[in-house]
Design a protein around this ligand. Structure first.
Ligand SMILES: N[C@@H](CCC(=O)N[C@@H](CS)C(=O)NCC(=O)O)C(=O)O
Ligand SMILES: [Fe+2]
Length: 349
């Protein structure tokens, strides 16, 4: 067996390389796009062939290297089916077994930080992503997180593992690198000795700032890490129609349009186009919208400049919506065209 824990200082992400060094087959858990060269060099130095990249979830703070590594090594990219992500080779379910060489990894669904968060059990260690951190746990205040689900995942699933099992988290912000189930059951400050209600209250009051890369990382990771942060969409994406702000305004005079503003709630509260509804990009759930409206509903996506709305439109198209339009230049172009915006106090979406 071969095992390396790797660290990306910019996002404090812990990436894991595990391999069967007799069969020379490797798996990377949570590789980071900025560290592709490091990872490819390491694989080469040890004569390993990368078979699979595994995501513990759709990350909000860095772009996954899954797609770049697939290009470099032909590794299969995998993520939980509950992430609602596109562009991965395999969508993992609870209880799935990932085989490489003579080794096996068990996928354990541990939703909470995000609905698709998954832990991976391999030999005497569990890779918990942001479900269980050393002395803490992932936040639940974005990407459809749920503190109730997180409590269940930690207390009823991870804490039921043998106490000797080593815990390897997805991040650590204070230089810690490994723990164990037994240690976390005794010392984790958010959950050890706490009731479910106490845990829920702690999670409600964390008051953490948003990850600085969230608006670039989430859309890119929902597409397998295909898009560079803030960059243009990759080739191979489906076409999306666009309208100018003036064309949109003209259409809105004649019919009621479903206009989805994918900016943050704060941006939306400050300024918005009348009758738009706010669905922040990191909460955009195409499957839920499809269930609500059907795939034939025309959806218009808008943001401030047209970048996020283009990602959103792309996601909706890839999810099967047939009529998706994005607004060129977003609310900036709308204002530049002298069209009216609603400012100030938020209206209910
Ligand atoms: N400051 C970091 C974000 C830190 C953060 O919010 N991390 C998430 C994981 S994606 C978390 O769950 N943190 C839990 C905590 O800090 O207690 C950044 O800007 O990228
Ligand atoms: Fe995370």
């Amino acid at each position: 067996m071969f095992f390396r824990q790797l660290f990306d200082p910019a996002s404090s992400t812990l990436t894991y390389l595990i391999a069967d060094d007799t069969a020379h087959e490797a798996v990377l858990i949570d590789p980071v796009a900025d560290q592709v060269d490091r990872d490819v060099r390491l694989l080469r130095e040890h004569g390993l062939s990368l078979k699979v990249t595994l995501e513990t979830h759709v990350h909000a703070d860095h772009v996954t290297a899954a797609h770049a590594l697939k290009r470099a090594t032909h590794a299969q990219t995998m993520v939980s089916v509950d992430c609602n992500a596109q562009g991965y080779d395999k969508l993992i379910k609870d209880g799935d077994v990932i085989v490489f060489g003579h080794e096996e990894i068990l996928a354990i669904a541990t939703p909470g930080h995000t609905p698709g968060s998954t832990s991976y059990l391999w030999r005497d260690r569990v890779f918990t992503g942001d479900t269980l951190l050393i002395g803490g746990c992932g936040r639940t205040d974005f990407q459809n997180g749920s503190a109730e689900a997180l409590w269940h995942s930690i207390a009823e699933k991870l804490f039921k593992l043998d106490e000797q099992i080593l815990v390897y988290p997805g991040h650590d912000y204070r230089g810690r690198r490994v723990s164990s189930i037994g240690e976390e059951k005794r010392f984790n400050t958010r959950i050890a000795g706490k009731t479910r209600e106490e845990f829920l209250a702690i999670m409600k009051n964390l008051g953490l700032p948003m990850p600085s890369l969230i608006h670039e990382a989430v859309p890119a990771n929902l597409a397998g890490g295909r898009s560079a942060p803030g960059g243009a969409l990759d080739a191979g994406t489906v076409p999306v129609l666009s309208v100018s702000a003036r064309q949109l305004a003209a259409r809105m005079q004649f019919s009621v349009l479903r206009l989805i503003d994918v900016r943050t709630p704060e941006e939306f509260a400050a300024l918005r186009i009348a009758d738009s509804i706010n669905v922040p990009l990191d909460r955009l759930d195409p499957a839920a919208l499809a269930a609500k409206y059907g795939l034939d509903e025309a959806l218009y996506c808008v943001c401030q400049t047209g970048t996020r709305s283009q990602f959103a439109a792309q996601m909706l198209r890839q999810a099967g919506f047939r009529q998706v339009v994005h607004v060129d230049g977003g609310t900036n172009a709308w204002a530049m065209a002298g069209l009216q915006l609603v400012r100030g106090s938020p209206v209910r979406a």
